[in-house]
Structure formats: C-alpha cells, structure tokens
Design a protein around this ligand. Sequence first.
Ligand SMILES: Cc1ncc(COP(=O)(O)O)c(C=O)c1O
Length: 415
Amino acid sequence: MPTTTFHPDGAALLCDAVPLSDIARAEGTPVYVYSAAAIDRAYAAVDAAFASYPHRLHYALKANSTLAIACRLRRLGSGIDANSVGEIEVALRAGFAPDDIVFTGVGKRDDELERAITLGVHAVNAESRGEIDRIAGMSHARGLRARVALRINPDVDAGSHPYITTGVGSSKFGVPFAQAAALCHEIAANPALHLVGLHAHVGSQILKVEPLQRAAGMLVRLACGLRDAGIVIEHVDVGGGVGIPYDGGPGLSLDAYAAGILSVVRPSGLALLLEPGRVIMAPAGVLLTRVVDIKSRASGADLAVVDAGMTELIRPALYGAYHRIDPIVRRPGGDHLYEIVGPLCETSDTFGKARPMPPLEVGDVLAVRDAGAYGSVMASNYNRRPFAPEMLVEGGCWRTIRRRQTIDELMNLEQ
Ligand SMILES: Cc1ncc(COP(=O)(O)O)c(C=O)c1O
C-alpha cells in the first residue's frame, strides 16, 4: 500500500489509484489534480497533533479556495480563515456558519468589515488602531458588539522567503507588540467591541518550531497580562505557517510543532485557534502540464517548453520556489538535464533549471508536485490564458471541481 498520494506504478505516476495519464488524456492540460484522501489525511494529522488541548483549525482559504475544497474542509470539521469578502462568501456558500469564520487581512475595506460584522463572524482579526476605530464605528451604528481579535506583530523572523515573512517588525502586518496592551485596553473599554482574542501569523513555509513558538508565547504573555488587569479573552490564534518539504525531505514534524505551541499555550488555558493552509493543501495537488517543444542549446540543459507557466503556478517566478517535477510516464533511458520553462513572455516563467529527467518528447506530460496550495488561487489571465480546470480524485475516480475557463468567459466582463 503506497503511503504517498502521488506514487509510481512501474513507469506511470498515479494519484491514489488513478493514473495521471488518464486524467491528462481526458481533461487536457494544463490541469490541476488534487487527492481527496491526501486532504483528509493532512487535516486529520494537524488536528490529531493538537488533540490533547482545546483547539480549532481555521483552514486558511487563501491556500486553495475552490468551492469543493472548502466544502470538504467543512465536512472535516474545520473553520475558516478568510482574507477578503470574496473568501467569506466562498465560505458561506460552502456551508460554513459565520461563527466558523475568522476574518484576517491587512487592508480590509469598509464594505468587507461591514459584511463581517453584520454576519457576526467568530473574530475580525484587527490590524491597526485605524481599523479598530472603523470597526467600532460600524458596530456602534448598528447597535452591535463586534467580536475582535488584535493581530500582533511579534517582530519574529521566521527565516522564510522575505515575500512570505509577515512577523518582522518592518512588515505591514499587525500592531507592534509594545502598543498591543494599550490597544487591548481601549478595545475592552469600548461597548461596541468585544475583545475575544489575540492573533499573530509570522509567515508561511516555516520549517522551524522556534519562531512559531516564540510568537505564540508573546500572545500568551499578553493575554495573561490582560487577565491580571481584569480583561479576559477567549482565544489565542497562532496563525498558519507550517512549511512543507518541497524537496521531498522530512519537513517540519507536526508533533514537534504542536509540542512547541502547546508548551507555551497550555498553561494559559485559553482556546487555541490555528490557521493552517499550505500544510493541508500543497502536498495534495499537482499541476499537469504537457511538453509543447524541446529546444537544445549550445551549452547547458535542453529546454522543455510546457503548456503551463506562471499564469497557472506563479510560485517559482514570484519566490524562486522549488517544486519537484516528474514525468507522469517515464520513458526508458538515462537521465538528461532539462530546463522546464513556460510559454509566457517572461524569462522568470521557468519551473525548474537543470532538472535530471528521463528523455522527454513533445506531448509528454509532467507533474509539478506540491502545487495544491497557492497554485490555482494565484492564477492569472496574463497573455489571455484561460484558467486551468481542477480535478478531485476520490474513490478511484476523478471529477471536475472547476472546469476550464473558456475564451468567451475570459472576455465576458468587457464591452
Ligand atoms: C493570516 C494568515 N493566516 C494563515 C495563513 C496560512 O499560512 P500557511 O498556508 O503558511 O499555513 C496565512 C498565509 O499567508 C495568513 O496570512
């Protein structure tokens, strides 16, 4: 019984029991393929790691917000971390109750805050004094008491890529720790606000427990200080951030992560909220893409030009991110070095350089691994390329959970 979701069977790569070549043939490329079993397993693994303590996972919808994925997470018992009113609407359509949703984001518009407040979400994770004032104004005008958690900037460097590091002092996220206690007192004193929690999210793709633990410790310290002053909150929300081993290595142990977080949170007795995204979705998905051209060069690796690019998966172009790439059917023959490039008019549109692969031919299909998070959600129509479809493999077959966008749909909004 294979333990990994995407596993070889002879020369073929399978998703659970389904040959990826069957999906590529039937659905065309580029196409995203997700494993339902892998999503379920990853959710259960994170949940189980924290089983000894009152907690709730609020899946970070930004990682992958396709409706069927959101529905699946709801059935697994998850809550939602939404980052825009669009994500709140997806969550509602997926059947989440307002109380299942925490609403995060550094630049929430008035209409977004209004929607969240009137719905009565579990917490609006407020990012600044200005935002707190706006929430208070709206809440007061409606005779409501908005549930607010204050997002702290703990000034912790999680050692991740600078573009996905959110907890250093210079970043745009949250309020400085030094100002947090005073702001909490103000929130607690305002009858239009209900201070329910403290929040921090120090970044994404973090592979060490220490920065995550340090930020959690700061939240707990602050919460205990508030309690001593008579302000009792309900929860600490330690955000997401757990990294995955894109190189196929061991990665961050969930048990070590949970032990680190719980060692600082447990003494507080406060409920624990977590906002995992990548760790649940990334390993559950691949992007299938077809080789459309092979070009040899005077020196260096041959170019394999594929039919997906930064429009489908921007992470390599945006962060220099590494994704393993495998042919879905291996041709016989020794490895050869290829540079895997997309079709877009950008040199950064490259999925991998000098990748050893068996011989490739035009028409071959490659699987870009660990593409289930921050893949389809970050797609664009640059170069007028329609969005790729998404398939969910479950119970030995697959179904379309988002169909391919047509050129007509791509132009629908224009006059
Ligand atoms: C506030 C917040 N919570 C949760 C997440 C999810 O992070 P990850 O996918 O790394 O778990 C993010 C991602 O950037 C975020 O900004």
